[in-house]
Design a protein around this ligand. Structure first.
Ligand code: THU
Length: 132
């Protein structure tokens, strides 16, 4: 892993500790890198009305968008699982729309990691090009 990737994974691991996950106890941290290198982080935030829960990946992307970013080049997701946890289906759609075919770094707390391209996680994706 490059030094830059390590920085992204560390940012995701750090924000994971702020996950609000009292119902699932499944803490997730995500970090996205914007075009200019700025890193935006997010953790999952659960609701007592379970369906309103928002995943870490979307919190990180919404944070960047709300700061004026238009596009991101890489995302890291950190979960404390032996088998590396990939983004859920909803997040795959959002990552595709705001990042495109970017590398997704999956990592756990034991230093295990794997990088997968978004096109592998979400083949034949739906996006705005079909709306034109
Ligand atoms: N979760 C994420 O934050 N990201 C994912 O991609 C998978 C699921 C969260 C949502 C919920 O708070 C908890 O993990 C269990 O599903």
């Amino acid at each position: 892993m490059t030094e830059k990737d390590e920085k992204l994974v560390s940012a995701a691991a750090e924000v994971r500790l702020r996950a609000h996950a009292p119902y699932s106890n499944f803490m997730v941290g995500a970090a996205v890198e914007a075009d200019d290198g700025t890193i935006y982080t997010g953790c999952n935030v659960e609701s007592a009305s379970y369906g309103l829960t928002v995943c870490a990946e979307r919190v990180a992307i919404w944070k960047g968008i709300s700061r004026g970013e238009k596009h991101f080049t890489k995302i890291a997701v950190v979960v404390d699982t032996e088998d590396l946890t990939p983004p859920c289906g909803v997040c795959r759609q959002i990552i595709w729309e705001f990042c495109g075919d970017v590398p997704v770094i999956l990592a756990n707390l034991e230093g295990k990691s794997e990088t997968i391209m978004m096109s592998e996680l979400l083949p034949r994706a739906f996006d705005s090009k079909f709306l034109k």
